[in-house]
Design a protein around this ligand. Structure first.
Ligand SMILES: *Cc1c(COP(=O)(O)O)cnc(C)c1O
Length: 481
């Protein structure tokens, strides 16, 4: 057996690279990344693809190794050659993420050092860093210092799931009564809340759609009336989700009014600020966030308005004990980790036990850049969106909503004779075929619209000017054809 172990050791040690090999790989990776980033401006924001990606290259693994150069070229040929370029400043579709370089360095360090950030005992430093990041986020929104807390998640969907499960457990109703629970949102509430209800066992609870006013904001008086009526009918109102920046339209719900109504009715007041949250760092925009400081819970997505690469959301809570009570479960084999001297562990505040050390990818860019460029970048995105909206309004035949609250707007062109939906569908197809800018479309009350979402840290005035130029060009082509 000992001989066999020694023989296996020889083979297994291939997984450990020597200094020189590591150097070579790092050099290649560095050259590849540098080349990718310096060529971004000449590259497309979008490449639609009709060629299927070859499975035999992507999902067959041999016993024998493949050269790193070949691996990088497979990545280049089959991943970077198609779809949306998420690192590109011309990405103005859906909700763009960022991809801050120091976050990539943070991920690299997290993976190389492999610190376990799930429990305090295993890495007091990593956990303190994550708690620090969460505490800073709570402070931005004015949650009272004493009891605030939360957890970093993979994204906004899981963070919203935590809002639903924590509110559910806090109410302490038997699961037999779940069909009597009511939740409130609008038609613009993100669909991850519907999904969260299903996952949380609340499929039979009701998600009430509160009507919106002319500016697509939740009508707080109607919310009040709906809750009252539900109570009168013997139902159990659980929570209201106000959205701080709706994904589709970029609109802020009236947070302060909603907070009052939630308090009067004693229901959980949740703010989904996954898209818009960090705009609160901009001094001029703080006023529209008034009322968020009264939230029981808040969701933000650093991979949206903090410009991080995909993979980081955050659930913030006013009273972290409630999250702990909802998530904490004792396991015998974890007994070493329980000690009054230790801080609460992320594993006790989240469904995850072993998890990516996410704190580092948030912490690294905030430390390295300081907060100031984030504030400037966000204010720039806001002004760029207003600038785009102004320019759109100068184009004859274009209809726009009210001026954008944050950095998302939408429009449609109304042709004189043709069907407007078909025209705008043809227009978005032309823009996507062009690919220098990526825009996506939506339906607003059933009517086809094109969206502009300014959120990438690499999006600057030149991209908006190009967007307007392409819109004019293709409207011209379609009108004359
Ligand atoms: C993006 C978004 C979500 C979902 O977040 P993911 O990070 O994509 O999971 C939820 N709510 C709002 C308002 C969003 O914009």
């Amino acid at each position: 057996m000992e001989k066999q172990i020694k023989e296996l050791e020889k083979q297994a040690k291939k997984l450990e690279l020597g200094n020189e090999s590591r150097d070579k790989l790092l050099e290649k990776l560095r050259d590849y990344s540098q080349h990718f980033l310096s060529n971004l401006p000449e590259n497309q924001a979008f490449k639609g693809s009709t060629n299927p990606v070859p499975h035999e290259i992507m999902d067959r693994f041999n016993e024998q190794p493949i050269d790193f150069d070949d691996i990088l070229s497979q990545f280049d040929d089959h991943v970077l050659s198609n779809g949306i370029n998420g690192a590109h400043g011309g990405h103005l579709g859906y909700v763009p993420g960022g991809g801050l370089f120091p976050s990539a360095l943070g991920d690299f360090l997290a993976a190389v050092t492999n610190r376990y950030a799930g429990v305090y005992f295993a890495s007091p430093g990593a956990v303190t860093m994550e708690h620090g990041v969460i505490d800073w986020m709570g402070s931005i929104f004015g949650l009272p210092e004493e009891n605030r807390g939360g957890t970093l998640t993979s994204g906004g969907s899981i963070a919203n799931l935590l809002a639903v499960t924590t509110a559910r457990d806090e109410l302490s109703v038997s699961s037999k009564e779940y069909d009597r629970l009511t939740l409130y949102g609008t038609w613009q509430t993100h669909h991850c809340v519907d999904k969260a209800m299903k996952i949380a066992g609340l499929a039979d609870a009701k998600l009430r759609r509160v009507p919106m006013d002319d500016e697509y904001r939740m009508d707080a008086q109607k919310l009040d009336a709906m809750i009252t009526q539900d109570k009168n009918e013997g139902l159990k109102p659980l929570m209201v989700t106000a959205t701080a920046g709706t994904t589709d339209m970029g609109v802020m719900d009236p947070l302060d009014e909603v907070s009052e109504i939630a308090r009067n009715h004693d229901i959980w007041y949740h703010v989904d600020a996954a898209y818009g949250g960090f705009f609160n760092l901009v001094e001029d925009l703080k006023a529209i966030f008034k009322g968020i400081e009264k939230a029981d819970s808040i969701v933000v997505d650093p991979h949206k308005s903090l410009f991080l690469p995909f993979g980081t959301g955050a659930f913030l809570i006013r009273d972290k004990q409630k999250l702990f009570d909802s998530q904490h479960v004792i396991a015998d084999y974890m007994q070493d980790t329980v000690d009054a001297r230790y801080e609460t562990s992320p594993a006790d505040l989240s469904p995850e036990l072993t998890r990516h050390y996410r704190g580092l990818r948030v912490w690294m860019p905030l430390k390295l850049f300081g907060l100031s460029p984030f504030r400037s970048g966000l204010k720039e995105k806001h002004l760029l969106c207003r600038y785009a909206w102004n320019e759109l309004n100068k184009i004859k035949g274009i209809e726009t909503p009210p001026e954008p609250d944050l950095s998302i707007t939408f429009f449609r062109y109304v042709p004189q004779n043709d069907d407007a939906d078909a025209f705008n569908k043809a227009l978005i197809n032309k823009i996507q075929e062009d690919g220098r800018i990526f825009l996506s479309s939506t339906r607003i009350e059933g009517v086809f619209h094109i969206r502009i979402a300014v959120l990438h840290f690499r999006t600057h005035k030149e991209h908006i000017d190009l967007t307007i130029e392409l819109i004019k060009k293709y409207i011209g082509e379609l009108t004359n054809s």
